[in-house]
Design a protein around this ligand. Sequence first.
Ligand code: PLP
Length: 358
Amino acid sequence: MRYKHSDYMHWSKTQSRARFNLATSGVAPFPLRELPVDLKELEINGDNSYGYAPLQQAIAAHHGVDPESVVESAGTSMANHLAMAAIIELGDEVLIEHPAYGPILDIAHYIEANVKRFRRAEENGWAIDPAEVRRCVTAKTRLIVITNLHNPTSALTPESVLREIGDIARSIGAFVLVDEVYLDAVYEETPRTAFHLGPEFVVTSSLTKVYGVSGLRCGWILAQPDLAWKMRRLNDLFSATPVFPGELFSVAAFNHLNLLRETARRIVEADRDLLRDFLAQQSTISAVWTDWGTTSFLRLSRDRGSNADVFLERLRSEFDTSAVPGRFFEMPDHFRIGMGMNTEMFAEGLNQIGRALR
Ligand SMILES: Cc1ncc(COP(=O)(O)O)c(C=O)c1O
C-alpha cells in the first residue's frame, strides 16, 4: 500500500500540547496588531494565478535571485513536496540525511521514491561528511536532500561543504534540495541561500519558523526557471492558486521582516542562555552545542535507558511538559526541545525536565 500519512505531523497536532511546551520548532506567534499594516488595503481576490507578483518580488529580493526562480507554496511543507515530486521520476533514488525531519521522508515514500540514507554522526557534531555522501550516491541518485540548519540538531552546514555536495550531485546529474526554513535563525553573518551555489541547487523555505507568522503559510521554492515552471504546473493539481489575503499579509511581513526577526531573536537568545546553564548542570543528558537555531537535540544517557519515550510520557503526565520524541527522527534515545516561544515557559520546562531526571 502506498504511504499516505505523516506520523510526526499527527503526533505534533494531537499529542504535543502541555503547559510547558518544549515540543516546538518555530518562534512565538507575531501578533497582527504589531505588524504595521493598513487593514483597509486588504482585499479578498486579486491577480495571483501563478503567484502574486509583489510577493514573488519580495521573496526574490530577500534572496537576491530572479523572481522567475521563485515558486510560491503553502509553507515549506508544500515546497518540499513540490520540489521532490517535480524532480523525482519512477525508479529514481533520493538520498536523504539521517537523522531527518519526518515529513521529508514521508513525502519521499508517498511519491514512491527509492529512499536511501546517509548518516550525520553525533560524534562529528552532526556535520555532513561529503565523503559519506559520495559513498552513498549511485548512478540512480536523482536528488540529495538536506536541511540547513539541520532539524532536529540545528547544526549549520558551511558553504564549503554545500559546494562539495553540489559537486557530487553535478557529477551524477542529480539535484540538491536544501530545506532552509531555519537558516535565518543564524542571526549574525546569516549565510546566503545555497541557491547561489549552482544550478543543481533547489531551495525551500518559508516565513513560518523564524518570523512567527506561520499562519500565513508563506512558503517558497527557489529553482532554475524551467524547473520552477514544472513545480508551478504541478501545484495546479494541489492547491491551484494561493490565498490572496495571505499573500497581501505576507508582503506586509516582508516589508517589516527585521522587526519580526529581532522580536523573536530576543526570546531565542534568552532561551539558549538558559539551555547552556541547564546542560552544564546535567549529567544524564547532553547535546551537541550549536550557536544558532530554534531546536536542540538532547541525548539521554544509557543509564536512563535507551528509549526517550518512557521518559517523555512521564514528563508529560507528571510534569505537564512536552518535547518531541527522538523516534520521529529515528533516534529513540534522543528528544528535541524548541526555543523562542516564551522564556518563562522555557525556563520552567527545563526545570521540570531536571526534576523528572532526578
Ligand atoms: C525542516 C523542516 N521543513 C519544513 C517544515 C514545515 O514548515 P512549514 O510550516 O513552513 O510548512 C518544518 C516544520 O517543522 C521543518 O522542521
